[in-house]
Ligand binder design. Structure first.
Ligand SMILES: Cc1cc2nc3c(=O)[nH]c(=O)nc-3n(C[C@H](O)[C@H](O)[C@H](O)COP(=O)(O)OP(=O)(O)OC[C@H]3O[C@@H](n4cnc5c(N)ncnc54)[C@H](O)[C@@H]3O)c2cc1C
Length: 442
């Protein structure tokens, strides 16, 4: 029969992986550094809320959690763009009622995953267990103060994974890169109105794009919004320049005038909340034979501008689960195939996420970008399945791997460039030429 599978990290991805394994009948131990967030108020992670999209939903459905999580999620139909004068304009994400994304509280989601994990008798969660590394020669998972035997380890221990550090020192030619954006992020709050209502449109992801930087806001079920300011760390217009309450107030009043009346705790939030870093981690190989494998942020930390960090981590769990074909699998084959399948997709979404920052903070106000967006939707309407906007492929089409979305997206972008050159409205597109170009997409 099967050995115990050790999953390290009970953030968002670890418990989901543990549930998949427990469902398959494995004995699972899930080790988490923090205390039990359901008993103590511990920090749940890096953002207060986040967006769930189709790849995440697919995995949640597979483990039977889709309905529960839906009940704590708010559909967002598009980007509500706020200009410098406070005018707003909704840019839909997709073309059908189903093409929406969902905001959910990170901590509620984490609690639901932990609760669901605990319903399995063959799954044990060890809180307060800080892993310090993995010794593959002795098959020992190392913790503060004690080592435990562990022949199969799945590491979901986040962007600064200690298990990854151990693999790095043991695997010859292990590639590793980390690259930080020259930006940080800060979370602030728009609380509910006095009567509990949402102060701004509930069913949208709000963006205040300001070319080099931006603020966004996602709704929470109790009527508030979590705002996130993405801002350069240094230089003119940067966090370094915002040192006093007056500087903060002047900056927000100048750049986000329509948001300020809704943010009574703005200055307190600004100085009370930490400034987060934005990092991309690429590495590989993700596995050491059949002994250990990395998933989620431990394998591929990405910046949040395509809202795919957790979603891609959830997709990792589904893919890994699909490769485990018995209760006594050949783990080396499973982990090696997993790495080969997922790595190109992780690299693709990492790069697309960085690109999307420019789209969100700048392009969404550019008339050429908006024209291309409209023409892209029209091409999809006329030739469904043949032309699918890149955003839609990533967000609404989990059957299209990220790397394929990136490849087709590049071809489609050239088509859009051609069709939109010298025109100012979709009605002016040469549809005969469009048909010829779209039908050539392979
Ligand atoms: C501002 C921001 C917004 C985001 N928005 C979105 C979004 O909208 N949609 C989306 O899909 N993604 C989003 N993400 C990305 C998402 O947060 C991550 O991709 C996701 O949390 C990764 O899950 P994980 O379980 O792999 O890692 P984590 O959530 O980091 O969990 C790792 C777990 O391992 C534990 N751990 C760490 N070290 C040890 C140790 N030594 N021993 C034991 N346990 C350990 C940690 O305590 C933690 O519980 C966002 C990220 C940021 C920063």
């Amino acid at each position: 029969m099967t050995r115990t599978i050790h999953v390290v990290g009970a953030g968002l991805v670890g418990p989901l992986m543990a549930i998949y394994l427990a469902k398959k009948g494995f004995t699972v131990e899930l080790h988490e550094r923090r205390g039990d967030m359901r008993k103590n108020s511990v920090d749940a992670g890096r953002s207060i809320n986040l967006a769930i999209t189709s790849r995440g939903w697919r995995s949640l459905q597979e483990v039977g959690l889709k309905e529960k999580v839906s009940a704590i999620s708010i559909p967002m139909r598009g980007r509500m763009v706020h200009d410098a004068q406070g005018n707003t304009n909704l840019q839909p994400y997709g073309q059908t009622d189903a093409e929406v994304i969902y905001a959910a509280s990170r901590s509620l989601l984490n609690v639901m995953l932990l609760d669901a994990a605990e319903t399995y008798k063959n799954l044990k969660i060890n809180f307060g267990a800080r892993c310090t590394g993995y010794d593959p020669d002795k098959s020992l998972l190392q913790f503060d103060g004690k080592d435990i035997p562990a022949e199969v380890v799945i590491a979901a221990d986040g962007a600064w994974s200690p298990v990854r550090k151990s693999l790095m020192s043991r695997i010859e030619n292990f590639n590793y890169s980390q690259s930080f954006l020259e930006y940080g992020y800060k979370e602030l709050e728009i609380p509910p109105a006095a009567d509990g209502a949402f102060r701004i449109e509930k069913h949208a992801l709000h963006i205040w794009p300001r070319k080099n930087y931006m603020m966004i806001a996602l709704p929470n079920t109790e009527g508030s919004f979590t705002c996130t300011l993405f801002y350069p760390n240094q230089g003119k217009d940067s966090f370094a320049q915002l040192q006093t309450p007056q500087e903060v107030t002047e900056f927000f009043t100048r750049d986000f005038p329509d948001a300020v009346p809704h943010m009574p705790g703005m200055v307190g939030d600004f100085f009370g909340n930490p400034t987060g870093a934005l990092v991309t981690v690429k590495c590989g190989p993700w596995n050491l034979s059949g002994k250990a494998v990395l998933i989620g942020d431990a394998a591929h930390a990405i910046v949040p501008f395509f809202a795919q960090g957790m979603n891609s981590g959830f997709e990792d769990c589904a893919v890994l689960n699909s490769l485990i074909d018995s209760t006594n699998p050949d783990w080396e084959s499973v982990f090696t195939r997993f790495t080969a399948l997922r790595k190109p997709n992780a690299d693709a979404i990492a790069d697309m996420a960085v690109e999307n920052f420019t789209e969100m903070r700048d392009s969404v106000t550019d008339p050429v970008f908006l024209l291309k967006k409209k023409v892209g939707f029209e091409l999809e309407k006329r030739w469904p399945g043949k032309f699918i906007p890149r955003y839609s492929m990533v967000i609404f089409h989990p059957d299209i791997p990220y790397a394929e979305a990136q490849r087709r997206g590049a071809i489609q972008d050239k088509i859009l460039e051609k069709l939109c050159a010298g025109i100012s409205a979709p009605e002016q597109v040469n549809w005969d030429e469009a048909e010829k170009l779209v039908k050539q997409i392979a």
